[in-house]
Design a protein around this ligand. Structure first.
Ligand SMILES: [Fe+2]
Length: 141
């Protein structure tokens, strides 16, 4: 995969993780407002986990010399019921899994077949290496 495409994918992932972080933050506050501090705490744990994920993508983008695009993939949405909240979170997590799975599948395309290195055929390189291996004699061919 081309490095520019890799950085574009990392930025998309970064934005998805930033969105998830703030979606869980909003839900934690909403759950507190509804008088559900136990569920709010669970949302805060999810929020912290998503923040760690976004940190990893930021770190990788910078390592590769890319420019981090710190933004939401989409705006967080306030749920009006527990069902709506968990269905929306599930949908977002499924979208993230689909995105990461598709990227992973594209990376698994077979590598181009290498038949030479710097103009020298692999079969010639292999026969030369065998001949010069310690304890072996050069072949007579
Ligand atoms: Fe995540």
């Amino acid at each position: 995969m081309e490095q520019k495409q890799t950085i574009r994918n990392l930025n998309t992932a970064l934005q998805m993780e930033i969105t998830a972080t703030h979606q869980y933050q909003l839900h934690a506050q909403v759950l507190d407002d509804w008088g559900l501090p136990g569920l709010a705490e669970m949302m805060r744990q999810e929020q912290a986990e998503e923040t760690e994920h976004s940190d990893r993508f930021l770190d990788r983008i910078l390592f590769l010399g890319g420019e981090p695009e710190v933004a939401f993939e989409k705006a967080p949405v306030r749920a009006t019921s527990l069902r709506e909240m968990f269905e929306a979170d599930l949908k977002d997590e499924e979208n993230a899994i689909r995105f990461y799975t598709n990227i992973q599948r594209r990376r698994r395309k077979p590598a181009p077949k290498v038949t030479s290195v710097r103009g020298c055929s692999l079969s010639r390189l292999c026969s030369t290496r065998k001949a010069t291996r310690p304890g072996s004699r050069p072949s007579s061919t």
